[in-house]
Design a protein around this ligand. Structure first.
Ligand SMILES: *Cc1c(COP(=O)(O)O)cnc(C)c1O
Length: 369
């Protein structure tokens, strides 16, 4: 049974975005990021599609628990899942997962590299190593790498990676991204000169890929752009939002200027038509959404008053009475990425947070074209 509020995810659009990304980096392979439940779109369905239909070799998660969930639910998956941040390498029981499943940790701190190199069982696990090129969050420094050269020479680095801190900014010669790329190349050269084999590399996230930055490496790691929105303002990326957030009008009524509506004191500043939608913060509609634009039947209104757990109010000019009715279908956001980008701007947040925030109460419904 299809209920009235759901996130409709079009895997055909995901496939189109994937092909467009390929055109941005014709010589690189794509390592899609599916962390945080594939940016709210469903880890399992998105990963299955990327693996089976797009032929990706790797998928990127943040936590071991995400990778385990994928492994357990989709044993048929051929792609290897990389765990980029919470690898749990310090936990002897948990790190066994890397020996028993098709999951590889991204080694991003010296203590984990020590564990990786000391445990002989890990010889069969490829070494994916993160270098700190200047974001100063995760990754080993050049000094730390130096100490491990003798042991790294024995195993080789399967994949050297790093992460960019400011890629959504318009690129300029000498900026942070260029400095990070230079540091990354320095580390790669250092390892090569020291006799450590480095087989694959990756650096670029969406902001960089959109701008064709470092896309000649072996892999690129798109997240946001795969799901639709651009990172770079007025940039070249023209993906479509893979989801539409569908809900309906629960009821409509006219309020006179000065009438309080809902919780607290939110008094109608003028006569208004109010459309009540049956979604609220229990679905991930942040309280800061108050005031954002919402279109119903092509008519623009604004979220009025406080977001409730199960409801929001959209205020319209009273002249549209009759054009918006109880039961009308609403696209809270559509396949046009501008919707979620503008919503995020109004809320002083980013599309990532809105997408990741849609709660489990909203069913995810998949279609292919
Ligand atoms: C999240 C993430 C990405 C993707 O970033 P986007 O900005 O969503 O493209 C790439 N690499 C790593 C290590 C990440 O954690």
């Amino acid at each position: 049974m299809r209920h009235s509020s759901f996130l409709e995810i079009n895997l055909g659009i995901l496939g189109d975005n994937f092909q467009k990304i390929k055109k941005c980096a014709p010589n690189a392979q794509i390592l899609p990021m599916v962390k945080a439940d594939a940016y709210g779109h469903g880890l399992l369905s998105i990963s299955r599609f990327l693996s089976a239909e797009c032929g990706v070799k790797y998928l990127g998660c943040a936590r071991l628990s995400e990778a385990m969930r994928l492994s357990e639910a989709c044993p048929e998956l051929t792609a290897t899942t990389l765990v980029f941040s919470d690898t749990e390498m310090d936990n002897p029981t948990h790190r066994e997962a890397y020996l028993n499943f098709n999951i590889t940790p991204v080694i991003h701190q010296a203590s984990d590299l020590e564990v990786f190199l000391s445990d002989k069982n890990f010889r069969k696990v490829p070494l994916v190593l993160k270098f700190n090129s200047g974001m100063n969050r995760l990754g080993l420094t050049l000094e730390e790498l130096e100490k491990y050269v003798p042991r790294l020479k024995q195993v080789g680095v399967a994949h050297l990676t790093s992460h960019l801190a400011r890629s959504p900014e318009k690129l300029k010669e000498g900026d942070k991204s260029h400095k990070q790329l230079a540091e990354f190349n320095r580390a790669r050269q250092f390892l090569k000169d020291a006799g450590v084999e480095v087989r694959e590399t990756s650096l670029s996230n969406s902001g960089a890929i959109e701008q064709g930055f470092a896309t000649e490496m072996d892999f690129i790691r798109p997240g946001l752009m795969l799901y639709g929105p651009a990172s770079v303002e007025n940039g070249a990326w023209d993906g479509r939002m893979i989801s539409r957030f569908i809900t309906k009008v629960l009821k409509t009524f006219i309020v006179k200027q000065g009438t309080p509506v809902g919780y607290g004191v939110n008094v109608a500043p003028k006569d208004m038509l109010i459309a009540v939608l049956p979604i609220g913060y229990g679905d991930g509609i942040h309280l800061a959404s108050s005031g954002v634009k919402v279109k119903i039947n092509g008519i623009e209104g604004r979220l009025f008053g406080r977001v409730n757990m199960d409801m929001i109010f959209i205020g319209f000019d009273p002249s549209v009475e009759g054009k918006i009715k109880s039961g009308d279908r609403v696209e809270f956001w559509s396949h046009d990425t501008q919707d979620i980008i503008e919503m995020a701007r109004d809320m002083k947040t980013i599309p990532y947070e809105i997408m990741c925030g849609i709660s489990g109460r909203i069913p995810r419904v998949y279609k292919v074209s």
